[in-house]
Design a protein around this ligand. Sequence first.
Ligand SMILES: NC(=O)c1ccc[n+]([C@@H]2O[C@H](COP(=O)([O-])OP(=O)(O)OC[C@H]3O[C@@H](n4cnc5c(N)ncnc54)[C@H](OP(=O)(O)O)[C@@H]3O)[C@@H](O)[C@H]2O)c1
Length: 370
Amino acid sequence: MIALVAGLSHSLLVGGPPTRTGGARCASSPCMAESPRKLRVGLVGGGTVGGGIVTILEGARELQASLGVDVEIATICVRDKAKPRDFPLPAGCAVVDDVEEILGDGSIDLVCEVMGGTTLAKEVVMRSIADGKHVVTANKALIAAALPELQEKLAEANAKQVLGSEGKFGFEAAVCGGIPIIHALQRDFLGDEVSQLSGIINGCTNFILSNMAQGGLSYSDALKEASALGYAEAAPRRRRLATRHPPRHTSPPHAASPRLLPRSAEISRDHPRSPGDLAPCRGLTEAAATSFEAPPLRPRRRHQHVLTTDRLSAFVSPCFVPTSNTLASISGATNAVQIGSANLGSTVLVGQGAGRLPTANSCVSDILDI
Ligand SMILES: NC(=O)c1ccc[n+]([C@@H]2O[C@H](COP(=O)([O-])OP(=O)(O)OC[C@H]3O[C@@H](n4cnc5c(N)ncnc54)[C@H](OP(=O)(O)O)[C@@H]3O)[C@@H](O)[C@H]2O)c1
């Protein structure tokens, strides 16, 4: 996550061009073109997010017509073809278990990668970009690990294309699920100078913290509930609050940052230390409900990114925030991002940071925006 936001913020600071074009709905041409533009989609992954994408797109035929586009989900690639799906398959859609059936299909215009992981998923995205296909992904791990590489591949592939037929790459769903933070940063702050991003940008972990603090659940029960509701993937290791590797950061955030949780599972608000000292090495797995009783503070997993002209300071950590702070009222899987900028001052976007339809909605926005 840090790498992702840092990369974006840096490109904003240096005036890097957005990788996608504007896509506001419009009532005039080309949106009202006589015959809709056909967009054949290969969906790699038919799980929580993939199923949501199919559900939304199939239920939005009229909207597609009004936008002058006809999205056909031609092929869905899954791991187990025999597994029953909890969403209706579009008419004529092939379900396959070999990704080559999508990658090697020249009639597919757009590949939507919602399988997760950073190995096969990376190959899918890189090859699709190289082949001139549009790509949409919800894959936060991949974006965090390889965004600059993917953008470089996109620029390289587009340099070979005729002007106007460049491939697009959308990854709105990979950050804050349903909140349009990537679109906002790429389009709506172009004339502004962003100096700080902070907030709760992981719905799953905020859901876990809220349920531990307010619902009295143990960490493992809260994680199970998060998985059952689709907030956590089947193998949620990367999301966990407990990690043996402290989050990467360069230097401490500004002095106004709230107190952070100490390393130990014993949560106290009387241990103000530097973020470096306080990076959660053991996490909150052993915390009990009483550990959170520290009014007027609320525990939140807070992400903060402070930008200066030539460098970025960032940290991700569970921390207490004052109840008077907007973030304290954000519970469940809800995310919130506060953007500090020269012209707008403080802007806060609040919404669903995980779950089937919110996350799929961001993918669908990217698809319809192509
Ligand atoms: N869930 C959320 O709320 C959320 C929020 C933001 C971002 N995301 C991101 O969205 C992506 C998908 O998440 P998800 O929750 O939808 O995961 P999921 O429910 O586990 O679905 C993954 C899908 O990919 C398929 N798949 C996995 N490995 C495969 C392989 N080797 N070959 C072919 N198909 C394979 C699976 O097939 P089978 O069904 O046959 O097993 C499944 O359909 C992840 O990158 C995740 O980080 C998810």
